[in-house]
Design a protein around this ligand. Structure first.
Ligand code: NAI
Length: 258
């Protein structure tokens, strides 16, 4: 079999102006894909497209139905079709459940869950008549086990994991594969802002991570490239943890003290 590649794949990367999405856009281009980057702010999306060698960019809010349709339509128009979606746009908010502002909770649900529903279902409508395609959405270790102060974020990511399984079972008959990546802590602006705010202690995370470090964005991007490529041709409905072993560990102290 050929080496892993994305040659000729017309690929939409949402949240592609920053962090994991931007790293993925660059990696997909290096593997031969055409890429359109979607993000909230047009200038940031354009800059990321220039930095990564992407074909183009489009601005919009993935949770807004009009914007989501414009994002998908624009990607199709700029590339002449759509074969692959890496839906990476997402937000994180921390808040004690008893004090949780319900508007903030709803905002997290809207961006993370409604945005996934909109982008993936709109993309599937383009992929269905062309005979198939592949999508990858991003969940989190926070959607897997209970974590304090994440009643919004963790719930939203558990829902995104469900959506990936639901879409995979509904669209398999159309040749559309849908998988999820559940990252651990990845060194992106999102994770850095949580660590810098003091809400999370990086050394304690590292201490309970079997591989003993945080992830680089490129490590998540590589996994997305694999799941979107033909190397993953029989994988659908999976949630692949890319977390250095974080979710596998259930001990009561730092992992490497045993
Ligand atoms: P980031 O904050 O660096 O990038 C996220 C991008 O999504 C930003 O460019 C932002 O403008 C865009 N975005 C946010 N809301 C949007 C909306 N409504 N419409 C369109 N674009 C929007 O974050 P990062 O770390 O790269 O996160 C990417 C994904 O990975 C997110 O879904 C996040 O929940 C997930 N994740 C990140 C982890 C981490 O440790 N960094 C861990 C687990 C999951």
């Amino acid at each position: 079999m050929e080496s892993l590649n994305l040659i000729g794949r017309k690929s939409l990367v949402t949240g592609g102006a920053s962090g994991i999405g931007k790293a993925a856009a660059a990696m997909f281009v290096s593997l031969g894909a055409s890429v359109v980057i979607a993000d909230l702010d047009r200038d940031s999306a354009d800059r990321a497209a220039a930095d990564t060698g992407a074909t183009g960019a489009v601005a919009g809010d993935v949770s807004n139905p009009v914007d989501a349709a414009r994002i998908v339509d624009s990607a199709v128009a700029q590339m002449g079709g759509l074969d692959a979606v890496f839906h990476c746009a997402g937000i994180h908010r921390l808040g004690a459940a008893m004090e949780q502002d319900i508007e903030t909770w709803q905002h997290v649900m809207d961006v993370n869950v409604r945005g996934t529903q909109l982008i993936c279902s709109l993309a599937a409508k383009h992929m269905h008549p062309q005979g198939g395609g592949a999508m990858v959405v991003v969940t989190s270790i926070a959607g897997y086990n209970g974590q304090p102060r994440r009643s919004a974020y963790g719930t939203s990511k558990a829902a995104v994991a469900y959506l990936a399984r639901c879409f995979a079972t509904e669209w398999g008959q159309f040749g559309i594969r849908v998988n999820a990546i559940a990252p651990g802590y990845v060194l992106t602006p999102m994770a850095k802002s949580i660590i810098d705010s003091g809400a999370t202690d990086a050394n304690r995370i590292i201490g309970r991570t079997p591989l003993g470090r945080l992830a680089e964005p490129a490590e998540i991007a590589r996994t997305a490239a694999f799941l979107l490529s033909d190397w993953a041709s029989y994988i659908t409905g999976a949630e692949l943890f890319v977390d250095g072993g974080w979710a596998a560990y259930g001990g009561s102290a730092e992992v490497n003290t045993f």
